[in-house]
Design a protein around this ligand. Sequence first.
Ligand code: AMP
Ligand code: GLY
Length: 416
Amino acid sequence: MKILVIGSGGREHALALALKADPQVTDIYCMPGNPGISQVATLIEGDANDGAQVAQAAQHLGVDLVVVGPEAPLVAGVADAVRQAGIACFGPGAEAARLEGSKAFAKQVMEEAGVPTARALTCHNQDELQGALAEFGAPYVVKEDGLAAGKGVVVTSDLQQAFDHGADIFARGGSLIVEEYLDGPEVSLFCVCDGKTVLPLAPAQDFKRALDGDEGPNTGGMGAYSPLEWAPADLTEQVLQKVAVPTVQRMAERGTPFSGLLYCGLALTSKGVRVVEFNVRFGDPETQVVLARLRSPLGQLLLAAATGKLADFGELEWSEQAGVCVVLASPGYPQKAKTGGALTGLEEAEALEGVHVVHAGTARKGQGLVSAGGRVLAVVALGQDIEAARTKAYQGMQRISLPDGHYRLDIAEAKA
Ligand code: AMP
Ligand code: GLY
């Protein structure tokens, strides 16, 4: 099987590594990819957001499947263009990708499907914003209604800060929602879907804030681990029945079936499971740990989803080991990342047993590597339990150097 992966981040590197482990996958291409991905795939130049270019490349390469990594090409309709060219594609079309592309749309579908989520109000101007903030009270949750790479959300007890964030969104011509604050730990559950059938992967937890102790601004994600030893045994079953299955059913009824990866971002609140957000693609960096533990062949799984044959796929198999990943970010991330710093020590990190490095924002410079994005790389470790994996991930990270780079020290730390 020949596969073209679209994207250039850590998620796509993790996807490429897992695809390579599938014995039926013979060739992997990636558009545009990154230096890490180039070690396992042939890089193809091109604009990942341009459906015509992607479809043309897929045809030219003669691939059996295109796997779209990021949300932007999905929202832009790249999966539609690939399917129109007669090639199987893992990822929803533009209509179904609105589950991530518009938070207001996602709320609407959840309401229609009876899926539990935070109550929300859509606001179009400062008066409505002020009213909504007063109605919900602190802590305030203000979300930009569009793609914002995990950075469009402010959660704060400071009314002025909440208002300013909203005013800033309006000033840029955007709209927003204000919603009820959800307490309790967050869980990411990835569900592979083919429009009808839903197959859940192992739950993971992501660390969204930039600094230790969940301080600082929201980021794309600073680390992750899986499995969740503390989670209720029936968590996956609950999320399937209350969230994923009704959502996929409702999308089919609407005439926009969801095929691809439905990322259920959940809060386990005192009142039960609530959806914080949907994404329509694998999460980054959760994918780095979830796929490192998947033993079932990923290429065959994603092809089954893309061709409507998930019901025949059977049970997924998982490694007994636990996975932890820690993200190294550029100085200034997430506000204004400074890139171009010399990056060393990756081979030394990977020399540790059970440790590998997933590239996100890296670029080649001469013989070496430099940082080229906000999130630079992730050190991923497998171990007999979370604690063992965590120790190894940090040992790996200590061998890597990036001037003024930062990473959290409390990823997957046991809670007191
Ligand atoms: P989102 O982009 O919607 O996932 O929001 C980013 C992050 O903000 C989430 O992962 C949560 O940590 C936080 N967040 C979002 N919505 C809420 C909410 N209603 N209550 C509490 N925290 C939230
Ligand atoms: N790690 C959060 C996300 O991928 O949206």
